[in-house]
Design a protein around this ligand. Structure first.
Ligand code: DC
Length: 221
């Protein structure tokens, strides 16, 4: 049986950190689906297609080869891991990710990736609702806005980008509004997802909780 752990939630809720911890504990690979949307956005920006043109963005998504292995994202063979986290891509990705034809292409690739790897920990926005509705365990992480903004600011500082927390928070709010308000696959918890508020929890506690649930789910099927 294939184990798929779906981890969804807004930016800064702790998805990537928790996904990595759970994957290490269960010896599973991690798929960061946000990196796929980011890589396609970078390709669309470079090709100078209008970002609000769904078909043009989908044509880019169709054409590019995005490879995700062990935390490295390659766009047509080029390492874009730093570039896709930069402000330009971050500011544009929600627009590209809202296009249904772009999502259709990337969702198919996400399913193929997991099939090829024989399972995995998959993080994103619609993993439990759309991509893997039959996932072994579905987790939806949330955290207080202030904490999410501080976490993202820490990421920015680590990448040598000095931004004020208010600025980070405004950008998060903008992105959340687009991700939650879009008509196709909006950000929301699946009905059978476990909702975990990470505001006051340390990573190890959350990881241990998810790992225990995954083991229990496996044992019972
Ligand atoms: O997780 P992230 O910040 O790297 O995601 C980047 C953007 O991609 C975010 O604005 C939402 C979008 N996204 C999505 O729509 N569906 C996913 N499964 C993953 C990310």
């Amino acid at each position: 049986m294939t184990i798929v752990i779906a981890i969804d939630g807004p930016s800064g809720s702790g998805k990537s950190t928790v996904a990595r911890g759970v994957a290490a504990a269960l010896a599973l690979p991690v798929l960061d689906t946000g990196a796929m949307y980011r890589a396609v956005t970078l390709a669309a920006l470079e090709a100078q297609v209008p970002l609000d043109d769904a078909e043009a963005c989908a044509a880019i998504a169709e054409r590019v080869v995005v490879t995700l292995e062990e935390g490295v994202t390659l766009l047509d063979g080029r390492d874009v891991r730093a570039e896709i986290r930069g402000p330009v891509v971050t500011g544009a990705v929600s627009i590209v990710a809202a296009h249904p034809p772009v999502r259709a292409i990337l969702v198919a690739r996400q399913r193929a990736w997991v099939a090829r790897h024989g399972g995995g920990v998959v993080e994103g926005r619609d993993i439990g609702t759309v991509v893997f509705p039959d996932a072994t365990v579905k987790v939806y992480l949330v955290a207080a806005d202030e904490v999410r903004a501080r976490r993202r600011q820490r990421d920015e500082l680590a990448a040598a980008r000095d931004v004020a927390v208010d600025e980070v928070k405004a950008a998060l709010d903008r992105r959340d509004a687009i991700d939650s308000g879009r008509t196709v696959s909006p950000l929301r918890a699946a009905e059978d997802a476990i909702v975990i508020d990470t505001t006051h929890l340390d990573v190890d506690t959350v990881v241990a909780d998810v790992v225990a649930r995954a083991r229990a789910a496996e044992a019972s099927r």
